[in-house]
Write a protein that binds this ligand. Structure first.
Ligand code: HEC
Length: 181
């Protein structure tokens, strides 16, 4: 067992204990307030957890995002914009990394971006991800959206209206928001 994995397990265990507190805290973030409630409700995800659950498994177990590169041009615990928390780490998988480096302007099928959203005092609030899937949702950039807690609870997944709504501002950029430095 690698040390990083052990740390991860430890963190996940701790967060499982703190989950009720974390969820309460999550409700108070601007993130929760700015989003139409129904889009962020677990109930919506319950309708079909399949896509989001598979993505969650992929980015935490099969190809753990914590081992990916940071989005080129960004630093660890970068100052972010709401609603995503004031401090963020933005990770890109290999396909997304290559597309950004090659300046292709579009994410290819299979590209994934994961954003860890931290509070100003450095607590991991939630993790948001977008995964490019050809044919998944042609009307809105073919993106599968996912929001999950540090305790791995899926908070929203699929064609999530609030994610799509806000990210539509960057429609011409494939729904990828320009990241502030
Ligand atoms: C109210 C607007 C808003 C909503 C709602 C929103 N986002 Fe974002 N998102 C942003 C902004 C702004 C950025 C760029 C952040 C920065 O520079 O700090 C961003 C960035 C991201 C990124 C990094 C890639 C990129 O686009 O730059 C991911 C991944 C992401 N959001 C996922 C999600 C998911 C998943 C949801 C829904 C659960 C969501 N977002 C909802 C505004 C929003």
């Amino acid at each position: 067992m690698t040390r990083r994995f052990a740390r991860f397990l430890c963190l996940a265990g701790l967060c499982a204990l703190l989950a009720p507190m974390a969820l309460m805290a999550a409700d108070k973030t601007p993130y929760g307030q700015q989003m139409p409630a129904q889009g962020m409700m677990p109930a919506q995800g319950m309708m079909s957890q399949g896509d989001g659950a598979a993505l969650l498994y992929h980015i935490t177990k099969e190809d753990p995002y914590v081992k990916w590169n940071l989005m080129p041009g960004t630093t660890r615990m970068r100052q972010g914009r709401e609603p995503h928390g004031s401090l963020q780490n933005v990770y890109v998988n290999k396909l997304a990394y290559k597309a950004v480096m090659d300046k292709t302007g579009v994410l290819p099928d299979g590209a994934i971006i994961v954003k860890e959203n931290y509070t100003a005092d450095g607590k991991l609030g939630s993790i948001t991800a977008l995964s490019k899937k050809k044919g998944y949702n042609p009307e809105a950039g073919d993106i599968l959206w996912l929001n999950f807690s540090p305790a791995m609870k899926i908070l929203a997944q699929g064609k999530v209206a609030p994610c799509i709504g806000c990210h539509s501002a960057a429609k011409d950029n494939g729904y990828i928001m320009p990241l502030t430095k």
